[in-house]
Design a protein around this ligand. Sequence first.
Ligand SMILES: [Fe+2]
Length: 347
Amino acid sequence: MPVSDYQMVKAWDAVLKLSKVERGQKVTILCGPHTHPQTLQTATIAAQAAGAVVTRIDLQPINAEKATSRDLMNYLGETPLTNNPVALAAMKNSDIVLDLMLLLFSPEQMEILESGTKILLAVEPPEVLVRAVPTEADRERVLAASRLLKSAKRMHVTSPAGTDVTFKLGEFPTISEYGFCEEPGRWDHWPSGFLFTFANEGGSDGTIVIDRGDILLPQKNYVSDKITMHLREGFVRSIEGDVDAALLREFMEAYNDPEAYAIAHIGWGMQPRCYWHTLSLVDREATSGQDARAFEGNFLFSLGPNNEAGGPRTTPCHLDIPLRNCTVKLDDVVVVRDGKVIDEAFR
Ligand SMILES: [Fe+2]
């Protein structure tokens, strides 16, 4: 169902209040040619209604010659902000940037956050944004789980499909995403509702089986046959299977970058208003697949960069892969059993 401008303004109003946007603050809205016009218009109205000083920055896309699809995360690293000191200065002088363009995994984003500016990414279609407006309860639940993840030394993941993989933990911070930015220098993504960390360098070993029906991002499709990945010392060493495995291998080989095969973030979804099935209902080009990343009880792992958590890896190849029906254990505590979040584990 489409959503009305009124519903979108109300949704933005809730998100801006949770992000502590107040009268007189500087709100910068970052957009590009692909930004959804309803999202842009209603963000502007809600920020003005909050009494903010609103500035729009409209930047042109880059990387067209390197990317293999229109997906916003198909090629990471350089962004339209690279070598643009005018836009960079404006954002560093803002209280919050509403990123309707997608400025992810870039040095410029780190620089903006370090200046104290908050950044809230919102690139899903209006219908998804309205369905999954964040709440304070989302934040409290994700933070409760993150306290347990922060103290864990080992994550063990298994599934009936054949996944049996171990990650050593402790070298990297835990990152919680719940869809708003209440503190200076915070980055978040609306909608969200999940948490993750990164395995220690060289500390991922075992087998991951991507089962039929699991989702690949940025491909944004459901795999139709099993893909088996063998991991040793932090890297995927083989990708086996039928056509889906061959497609994945060629996608990754096209970047010609050995770092693409590194295990990146690992965690689990906790957002009950996001769903595994919704990718089958929407235009693949209209979504970045945030439902798939956030749906309750997934085990979400990724391949590629770890600079988001302060690591050295900046490869442009980045895959997010949410698996269903997994059991996730932190040290001796089960936090997800057969794809269901166990809240008692971290309450
Ligand atoms: Fe990711």
